[in-house]
Design a protein around this ligand. Structure first.
Ligand SMILES: [Zn+2]
Length: 99
C-alpha cells in the first residue's frame, strides 16, 4: 500500500501541453520555428480552440501545414492536447469579461 491519494490538485502525470502555461506553449511553437505572433496564436488555439485564433501568417503557413493535427482557421497543431485553462481575464478580446 504505497499509494497516497490525499486529494491533491493535480497528481496525475502531465505533459508540457497540459501543465504548461500559455507562455510555455508559445515558446514551444517558437522553437518549432513559428514567429512569435503565430506562436502566440497557436498557444491560444491550445488554450481556447483554434477557431478563436487568427490564421498563421504567410511565412509560417508552410511550416504550420507540416504539423500533424488539422485545426480550424488554416491551423495545424503539433499536439492534439489542450493546455491548461486560462483565467478569463486573459482571453483575446472576446468581449467576455467577468462582472
Ligand atoms: Zn508567423
Amino acid at each position: 500500500m504505497s499509494k497516497t491519494s490525499s486529494g491533491g490538485p493535480c497528481d496525475a502525470p502531465e505533459t508540457i501541453w497540459q501543465a504548461g502555461t500559455f507562455d510555455s506553449i508559445k515558446r514551444r511553437y517558437m522553437r518549432l520555428g513559428l514567429c512569435s505572433a503565430c506562436a502566440a496564436q497557436a498557444a491560444w488555439g491550445h488554450q481556447l480552440g483554434f477557431s478563436l485564433s487568427n490564421p498563421p501568417c504567410q511565412e509560417c503557413q508552410p511550416l504550420v501545414d507540416t504539423f500533424p493535427v488539422k485545426k480550424p482557421n488554416r491551423w495545424h497543431s503539433w499536439s492534439p492536447r489542450r493546455g491548461a485553462s486560462l483565467s478569463k481575464g486573459l482571453r483575446p478580446g472576446t468581449g467576455q469579461d467577468q462582472p
